[in-house]
Design a protein around this ligand. Structure first.
Ligand code: HEC
Length: 172
């Protein structure tokens, strides 16, 4: 089969399209801030956009759910370093979430001042039985808050599935 070479008209058309494309696509602004920044609007509008992108309490909870799962398996493995790491990150996630949604702070008080410190303490003591016990108490405090905040349909139980990320780094 013959492949005819593109005709002159075709080459001119292609060149015109390419030129149009480069004209309608200016190089992106390097920063989001400033009058010519890629984030639209005034400084206040930019802040609003960033706050909306950062989200409210839901993303803090997606993170908390993941970390609770990891903490549970770290405890099963007696992987103390990983357990301590995840407990600390749960605190950061919830405290950051409360900065965005301060009205939820009251319901999180017992969790942050009693249940989570008790878990952290059991980890420090390297006491596996105590940690299991305190994780049970922590879990019920998750659910107390869910009831107080009218999302009782989010019921936290024992994790059933072990994610691939949690591994027994140290032998039980
Ligand atoms: C402030 C009290 C509070 C505490 C403490 C709390 N939660 Fe929540 N949780 C919420 C609220 C409120 C929502 C719904 C968030 C929304 O819709 O903005 C939620 C939602 C969730 C969700 C659903 C997230 C999603 O959008 O997919 C999960 C999972 C979750 N929580 C897990 C936990 C776990 C696990 C704990 C304990 C380790 C916990 N939560 C502790 C208040 C709390």
């Amino acid at each position: 089969m013959r492949h005819p070479r593109p005709g002159l008209a075709c080459i001119i058309a292609a060149t015109a399209v390419a030129a149009a494309c480069t004209q309608s696509l200016p190089p992106p602004a390097a920063t989001a801030a400033g009058q010519d920044g890629w984030l639209a609007g005034t400084v206040d509008e930019k802040f609003e956009t960033v706050a909306t992108q950062l989200r409210g309490f839901d993303m803090a909870m997606v993170e908390t759910g993941y970390r609770y799962n990891e903490l549970y398996w770290a405890a099963q493995d007696r992987n103390w370093g990983y357990a301590e790491y995840q407990a600390g990150k749960i605190r950061t996630a919830i405290e950051s979430g409360l900065k965005r949604r301060p009205l939820r702070a009251k319901s999180a008080e017992t969790f942050l001042t009693v249940a989570l410190p008790a878990v952290e303490d059991a980890i420090k003591q390297r006491d596996s039985n105590l940690l299991q016990q305190q994780l049970g108490a922590l879990r019920s405090t998750c659910n107390t808050c869910h009831e107080a905040e009218k999302v009782e349909f989010v019921h936290v139980g024992d994790p059933q599935v072990r994610p691939v990320t949690a591994r027994a780094a140290t032998a039980p």
